[in-house]
Design a protein around this ligand. Structure first.
Ligand SMILES: [Mg+2]
Length: 320
């Protein structure tokens, strides 16, 4: 099967059909109609076999995750997802593999209201690259650069589950039967916090998504906002599955440095903090205050309650 047939067969009608897609798959370029008064948000993420995923991973999980991690970046910008482009480098055309991958890609794109509008396939080591495009009301995007001294720092969901899932896949940890499905789900099938990101447009002073782990990701936000942060490790939201599966020190290390959580981290000024619970209650995603922004530019301070917390960060290690 050649490139044209692969695209025609599996990707011609991928994701949600959108009326604002004037030209999609099949032409030299896509033509997309932005809503009046909206700005375009564009983000790219690449996944390489052996670096970002196991080469023998279930292609359905891969199709899902590729879409979700890109949409997560749009969520972090407060954008409404709309369109995806996909560049695939494949070692060979394995019909069953592509079929499963394409089905999951389409299903997940559809879930997030996204249409696949173009792409490219080439021969080579398995590499998947997505460009995700979304829309945000003019001037209302979230960014990493708006955090101010005194703002409260929040995260959505729980941290460290995906990192535990990776270690479970690698056979490095044991997780009880009761928790293993949840943990593997969190690793293979992350959820982009799209509705919540949009809800935060009026309230958050800055936002980002957590892909490499809280400890390293938040430093990008500190740099962009030219502030510091004090985090209380006792406040980190840890799932029951994580608590039950490892000792406290390991749980904290996975939550701080593990990566692939795809939760949102955001800051809220004191005067908007009171409305946050009401604002976010319809979304069913817990949010937890884990610290405050400080004036010492670039400084990440960890505390356990009122005591300084000594921590040696080991970055997210790609796993092959
Ligand atoms: Mg990101």
């Amino acid at each position: 099967m050649g490139e044209f047939e692969v695209i025609q067969r599996y990707f011609a009608n991928s994701g949600r059909h959108r009326s604002d897609t004037l030209l999609g798959v099949g032409d030299d370029g896509a033509v997309l109609q932005l809503r009046d008064g909206y700005d375009l948000v564009v983000t790219t993420d690449t996944m390489v076999a052996g670096t970002h995923f196991f080469p023998d991973v279930d292609p359905r999980a891969l199709g899902h995750k590729l879409v979700a991690v890109n949409i997560s970046d749009l969520a972090a910008m407060g954008a409404e997802p709309a369109w995806l482009s996909l560049a695939m480098t494949l070692p060979k055309v394995d019909d069953e593999w592509i079929k499963a991958f394409a089905a999951a890609f389409s299903e997940t794109a559809d879930y997030y209201n996204c249409q696949l509008v173009g792409g490219d396939t080439t021969r080579g080591p398995l590499t998947l690259s997505v460009v995700a495009k979304g829309q945000v009301p003019r001037g209302k995007m979230l960014s990493r650069s708006g955090a101010k001294v005194g703002d409260y720092v929040y995260v959505t969901g729980t941290l460290g589950d995906a990192a535990l899932g990776l270690r479970l896949c690698q056979g490095q940890v044991e997780v009880s039967k009761k928790h293993s499905a949840h943990i593997l789900q969190r690793f293979h099938y992350p959820t982009a916090r799209v509705a919540l990101g949009q809800a935060l447009r009026t309230t958050a002073s800055s936002a980002m998504d957590l892909s490499d782990g809280l400890y390293s990701d938040i430093q990008h936000l500190l740099r962009r906002s030219q502030v510091g942060v004090s985090l209380d490790i006792d406040k980190l939201p840890l799932s029951q599955a994580l608590r039950d599966s490892c000792d406290h020190t390991t749980a904290i290390a996975l939550a701080l440095s593990g990566g692939e959580d795809y939760e949102l981290l955001f800051t809220v000024p004191e005067n908007k903090r009171g409305t946050l619970d009401v604002l976010l209650s319809p979304y069913g995603v817990p949010v937890t205050c884990i610290g405050r922004i400080t004036g010492v530019a670039g400084k990440l301070e960890l505390k356990a309650g009122n005591q300084p917390f000594a921590y040696e960060h080991h970055g997210f290690e790609h796993f092959v």
